[in-house]
Design a protein. Structure first.
Ligand code: CTP
Ligand code: MN
Ligand code: MN
Length: 510
């Protein structure tokens, strides 16, 4: 687990020499053939240089490891033109008149634009013949403000799965998770919000200047970003990943049915591995945990898109057998466009069903699957929904709809007649499935609430409360000023009630 996590954390300080070479992109990736870049290490440092080289190559630039005659642009940081020329002299290289000497700000603008940008006087390094100790050029202006108008609310940001700042967000996700394990809500929010805002940026943070004007980045967060820019990793994240408590909680909570309380108990009792826990005869497990251990391997290996689609076919078949007019919608991560998930979430609603029929649907579906032998685990939670209940004030409140938390036996499509496959493995996989049944007139609220992400949902509710004096949850939207419930037939209408631009599901990966 550790080594896997560390793989995301980029270059290590101790082996900088290899980096340029190992990260070189294949020549077919070069988009801009007129330019040959060389990035000067002096005053920039090996790690930052390697980082910029890799980034530029990813964006289609040709970047040389060594200075050669083919180089057309030299990029330097904190060096004047005279400094660079002096360095070239020491290297015994004669600078041709066509050679461009540029400040790193030019490269950064190119990275942001995804192509070479025009070189202005701002970027060109000044060579002063008689003043070798000249100061470096004036600090560059920060990029246009429009680029940086980022809302502090996730529901006002478009966050696709195309994350340009994974190096940073992986780090903050780990720190947030550690705080969650310690039930430190305040620090959890600090790190979760930082990760969330960075996921929404259309550019990669490569210097501290890039963080200016971005909300949700406090001093603590900024110091971690700075460390990652300089060293490629954060010592604090490293410490968390190596921490025994974090590792144990991560392991224990990976079992279906095991939460913080149980993890805490097992950790205090001195357990560190699942096999010791499973074989301990004094421990008592819930039905959920027993299922969690029984199907552990299947459940930790994520659900693929293809598996989600196969489950979707089963759900629709079963639902339509009893309520042919029902709408069955995939929600959760798969609706947001994720390629894998820890479960598959569905929202079911029927325009024509009576209350009685509505209440009977999930039990009927469970009964059907039970008979087929597909129900490996089932927890049916009855509805506590009331029409005129005000939306919950809590951002993480559970909803009141009837629902099932399931583990379903999904047979592999390639195997005919249920015969075990040739490797001798079982011909099926255990899959976590959540089914939610809601009254038809609440479907927009339920859909919005169950699509996530968690951070997006939190901020929708926070926004409603603090910016609109409204209360939103998975069931309803209430206007406190007008003292009325606002109805909605679609998610678009809910966004409109809140005065928000509509954000598509695949842009809610906050
Ligand atoms: N949700 C909820 N009430 C719950 C559980 C979940 O409202 N009791 C909502 C959350 O807002 C969450 C969404 O349903 O965003 C889906 O939950 P979950 O399956 O836990 O997360 P996903 O975003 O689907 O991610 P994953 O791929 O890990 O399943
Ligand atoms: Mn899910
Ligand atoms: Mn779920």
């Amino acid at each position: 687990m550790d080594s896997l996590c560390m793989a995301h954390l980029g270059p290590r300080k101790k082996r900088p020499r290899q980096m340029g070479g190992s990260m070189a992109s294949p020549p077919q990736d070069i988009k801009f053939r007129d330019l040959v870049l060389f990035i000067l290490e002096k005053k920039m440092g090996t790690t930052r240089r390697a980082f910029l080289m890799e980034l530029a190559r990813r964006k289609g630039f040709r970047v040389e490891n060594e200075l050669s005659d083919s180089v057309t642009h030299i990029v330097a940081e904190n060096n004047s033109g005279s400094d660079v020329l002096e360095w070239l002299q020491v290297q015994n290289i004669k600078a041709s008149s066509q050679l461009e000497l540029l400040d790193v700000s030019w490269l950064i603008e190119c990275m942001r634009a995804g192509k070479p940008v025009e070189m202005t006087g701002q970027h060109q390094l000044v060579v002063r013949r008689d003043d070798s100790g000249s100061p470096s050029p004036e600090p560059q202006e920060t990029p246009p403000l429009a680029l940086r108008k980022v809302s502090p609310y996730a529901c006002q940001r478009r966050t696709t799965l195309n994350n340009c700042n994974r190096l940073f967000t992986d780090a903050f996700d780990v720190l947030a998770e550690d705080c969650e394990f310690r039930e430190n809500e305040g620090s959890y929010l600090v790190f979760a919000r930082a990760a969330s805002v960075l996921k929404s940026l259309p550019f990669t943070i490569i210097s501290m200047k890039d963080t200016e004007g971005i909300p949700c980045l406090g001093d603590k967060v900024k110091s971690i970003i700075e460390e990652i820019i300089e060293d490629g990793e954060s010592s604090e994240v490293k410490a968390v990943l190596n921490n025994e408590r974090y590792q144990s909680f991560k392991l224990f909570t990976s079992v279906f049915g095991v939460g913080l309380k149980t993890s805490e108990k097992w950790f205090r009792m001195g357990f560190r591995t699942l096999s010791k826990i499973k074989s301990d005869t004094t421990l008592k497990f819930t039905r959920m945990q027993k299922a969690g251990f029984l199907y552990y391997e299947d459940l930790v290996s994520c659900v693929t898109k293809a598996e989600a689609e196969a489950v979707s076919v089963l759900v629709k078949e079963a639902v339509w057998a009893f309520l042919p007019d029902a709408f069955v919608t995939v929600t959760g991560g798969f609706r947001r466009g994720k390629k894998i998930g820890h479960d598959v979430d569905f929202l079911i609603t029927s325009p024509g069903a009576t209350e009685e029929e509505e209440q009977q649907l999930l039990p009927k579906v469970m009964n059907l699957w039970e008979k087929k032998g597909w129900l490996l685990y089932c927890d049916l939670v009855e509805s506590t929904f009331e029409k005129f209940k005000l939306p919950s004030r809590k951002v993480d409140a559970l909803d009141h709809f009837q629902k099932c938390f399931l583990i379903l036996k999904l047979h592999h499509p390639s195997v005919d007649s249920g015969q075990p496959d040739l490797q001798g493995g079982k011909p099926w996989k255990a899959i976590r499935v959540d089914l939610v049944m809601c009254p038809y007139e609440r479907r927009a609220f339920a859909l919005l609430g169950w699509t996530g992400s968690r951070q997006f949902e939190r901020d929708l509710r926070r926004y409603a409360t603090h910016e609109r004096k409204m209360m939103l949850d998975n069931h309803a939207l209430y206007d406190k000023t007008k003292r009325i419930f606002l109805k909605a037939e679609s998610e678009e209408e809910i966004f409109a009630h809140l005065g928000l631009d509509y954000i598509d599901p695949w842009e809610r990966n906050a």
